[in-house]
Structures are given as structure tokens and as C-alpha cells.
Design a protein around this ligand. Structure first.
Ligand code: IMP
Ligand code: MG
Length: 180
């Protein structure tokens, strides 16, 4: 699986991502205008670049926390079984929380994390996903804000990996397999 040869075709430029994040940050700031200190929760590892850019556009007091869920491993199949590998450091009871995800694919990861965080009684719980692949959805979950809707392609870059490579690309690219 990991030795398959592929090329990466640019799908969303760094410039388009930056412009979209600027616009989304304004909407988020308006939604949390009465929040004292927003808890921004990144889902590791894919959201680390997105969260870094997003919080720097937010004109709000924020604290940053992370959750890590079990992932694809090196395969491209999603799993309905979501496990928490690393939980939040902070208590979110009564707090305003924004969950930051890289991609909503089948939706199982986001559904699981939202269910878990909701059980801790935050005052307000919202979600943002950089990318959404609606064609792949297997749950009813939907992010409150989405950067870009994309087709059912495997993508990398801007924090998102294929077999732990390509997270450092500054843009989002589509993986096209070229050989066996
Ligand atoms: P879901 O539980 O199926 O919604 O999967 C969500 C997670 O799968 C995302 O947070 C990504 O880490 C990973 N994922 C989904 N699609 C892709 C992709 O195209 N490239 C890399 N990772 C992906
Ligand atoms: Mg992920």
C-alpha cells in the first residue's frame, strides 16, 4: 500500500486556503462574540496546520487543546471504530468550544468526538472542518463551518497525510496513483 507510486495534483492553493480561513474566522468571531475565552480543540494530527492558521486569524481570547483519535494507519480505508488515543488536558464543562477537524469523510470521527465532548456539558459546542467529502458520509454529522467541499478524492497537504508523508505541503493536493 505504502509503496504505490503516485503523483500529487494541486487542488486548493495556499492562497485560496488563507483567504477562506480569513473569511471563516470572521464568522466564527461573530458567533463567539460573547465568549470569554474560547477553547479551540484540534483533532490530531491532520488539523495541526489548519488550527495554527485559524487561531491566528481569530480576534478572540483562545486556549488550544487537542484530542487524538485512532486513524487509518497507513491504509486509506476509514474505520467505524473510533478510539481516543489522547484526551483533552482541560475541563470543558460550561465552556465555549470549537472543534477543528481536517476532513469530514465518513463522519465517524467527528460524530464520536462530538458525542464525547457533549457529554462533558460545554456551554456551547461548534465545529469547523477544513474539507468536507459529502459523498462519503455514513453518519448525520455536519460541521457548523466548512472550508471547502471536495469530491471523493484522496487528498494530502496542509497537515493532511498519506502514510505519514506530505503533511508539510503548503497546499491541498489530490493523490493520483500511477502504478501498481
Ligand atoms: P472519517 O471518520 O471517515 O470522517 O475520517 C476522518 C479522518 O480520516 C480525517 O480526520 C482524516 O484524518 C482522514 N481522512 C479522510 N479523508 C482523507 C484523505 O483524503 N486524505 C487523508 N486523510 C483522510
Ligand atoms: Mg484526522
Amino acid at each position: 500500500m505504502t509503496d504505490r507510486t503516485y503523483v500529487i495534483e494541486s487542488m486548493i492553493s495556499a492562497k485560496s486556503i488563507a483567504a477562506r480561513i480569513e473569511a471563516l474566522a470572521q464568522e466564527i468571531a461573530a458567533d463567539f462574540a460573547d465568549t470569554d475565552k474560547l477553547v479551540v480543540v484540534g483533532l490530531l494530527r491532520g488539523s495541526f496546520v489548519f488550527i495554527a492558521d485559524l487561531v491566528r486569524e481569530l480576534p478572540l481570547d483562545v486556549e488550544v487543546d487537542f484530542v487524538e483519535t485512532s486513524s487509518y494507519g497507513n491504509a486509506m480505508q476509514s474505520s467505524r471504530e473510533v478510539r481516543i488515543l489522547k484526551d483533552l488536558r482541560g475541563n470543558i464543562q460550561g465552556r465555549d468550544v470549537l472543534v477543528v477537524e481536517d476532513i469530514v469523510d465518513t463522519g465517524h470521527t467527528l460524530a464520536h468526538v462530538l458525542h464525547l465532548l457533549a457529554s462533558r456539558n460545554p456551554r456551547k459546542l461548534r465545529t469547523i472542518a477544513l474539507l468536507d467529502k459529502p459523498a462519503r458520509r455514513e453518519t448525520a454529522v455536519r460541521a457548523d463551518w466548512t472550508g471547502f467541499e471536495i469530491p471523493d478524492d484522496f487528498v494530502v497537504g496542509y497537515g493532511i497525510d498519506y502514510a505519514q508523508r506530505n503533511r508539510n505541503l503548503p497546499y491541498i493536493g489530490r493523490v493520483r496513483f500511477t502504478g501498481a
